[in-house]
Design a protein around this ligand. Structure first.
Ligand SMILES: CCC/C=C/C=C/C(=O)SCCNC(=O)CCNC(=O)[C@H](O)C(C)(C)COP(=O)(O)OP(=O)(O)OC[C@H]1O[C@@H](n2cnc3c(N)ncnc32)[C@H](O)[C@@H]1OP(=O)(O)O
Length: 313
């Protein structure tokens, strides 16, 4: 057999394998996505605007979506669950009905923490309480990054302090033109400690700009955020913003979940590793993924110009 014949044979066996698998896959996907009723949160509201897309909305409009202890922990629980949910392939995170995306940490909650600390009369024990609290809050924000499903944040109006830390752990940031941002921590006597100092320089690559913002807490506009690469698209209204975010999510959700989630895993890993370590990591991922039915399904669909259908993951 010459080279050409080998290729033709391989291609037809791939085709046969994939045709039966596509059939199987279609059956597996027949029930498409289940609803979000299984998610029971008070400070978050979940819905499914299109198949495999979950919309998470902050739901503390009377407190401008300020992060109290409950919101912090529900964010972590929510993203940990979405990570393992086969009915979710992409997440859109927005500020819901609140006037602002978020006012940052709940200042009344911080006062309660102050009272708890006041009741402990020894510095080492007070330190332990603070260490546990900060670690919990750090983990809540890292949950967006640790979730294999791409997270698109849709920011409107104010995005302050903890909110700015949070959006740097997302994959894609969109905002309205009226959005504004502030790395506010120094103004409340804190060094930002839930990820912005680590992630923001990596997101935008402009260390001088990040330091200026971190040292001054100055408010900056969506235009500036766009110019620096913090947000990748601006919209005139909140409706257009959500529409744009859900459209993008829907496009991503139609791709192979094996490919998309492997891509996120490797992008996150490569963010703080050398090029060689990143290449070693993706090689290990693709050793497995290139054997998955998604690979064949996607290749065959691109050859036949049909829309591929992928099984739940
Ligand atoms: C271990 C810690 C790790 C994490 C650290 C995180 C740190 C941070 O997040 S620092 C940032 C803290 N946030 C702020 O400093 C923002 C303070 N708020 C404002 O600047 C304004 O309120 C805001 C621009 C958000 C909104 O202004 P607007 O004029 O539109 O509304 P207001 O009338 O000011 O507020 C409406 C009601 O919301 C309450 N509220 C606002 N922010 C907070 C908050 N951060 N925590 C709790 N509650 C907040 C405000 O008190 C009003 O309530 P009410 O008077 O009862 O209507």
């Amino acid at each position: 057999m010459n080279r050409m014949q080998v290729c033709t044979k391989l291609f037809s066996s791939l085709k046969l394998m994939t045709q039966s698998k596509v059939h199987l896959t279609r059956n597996m996907c027949a029930t498409a996505t289940a609803g979000t009723e299984k998610y029971q949160f008070q400070t978050l509201k979940l819905s499914t605007p299109s198949p495999f897309v979950v919309h998470v909305e902050f739901n503390r409009p009377d407190r401008m979506n300020a992060f109290n202890r409950q919101l912090w922990t529900e964010i972590k629980d929510c993203f940990d669950q979405l990570h393992n949910d086969p009915d979710c392939r992409v997440v859109v995170l927005s500020g819901g009905t609140s006037k602002h995306f978020t006012a940052g940490i709940d200042l009344f909650d911080m006062m309660k923490l102050g009272q708890e600390l006041g009741a402990i009369d020894e510095v080492g024990r007070r330190g332990r309480l603070l260490e546990g609290t900060i670690k919990l809050y750090q983990d809540c924000i890292s949950a967006l990054e640790n979730c294999y499903k791409p997270v698109i944040v849709a920011v409107h109006s104010a995005c302050i302090g903890a909110g700015l830390n949070l959006i740097t752990a997302a994959d894609i940031r969109y905002s309205t033109r009226d959005a504004w941002f502030s790395l506010k921590e120094v103004d409340i006597g804190l060094a930002a400690d839930v990820g912005a100092l680590q992630r923001l320089p990596r997101v935008v690559g402009n260390h001088s700009w990040v330091r200026e913002l971190a040292f001054t807490a100055r408010k900056f506009s969506s235009d500036e955020a766009y110019t620096q690469g913090l947000v990748s698209r601006l919209f005139d209204t909140r409706e257009a913003l959500l529409d744009g975010a859900v459209k993008l999510a829907t496009e991503i959700a139609a791709k192979s979940p094996i490919a998309v989630q492997g891509t996120k895993k490797n992008l996150v890993f490569s963010g703080d590793h050398s090029v060689q370590e990143g290449l070693d990591h993706i090689r290990q991922i693709n050793m497995l993924n290139l054997q998955s039915e998604d690979f064949l399904t996607a290749i065959m669909a691109s050859q036949s110009k049909e829309t591929p259908v992928f099984a739940k993951l």
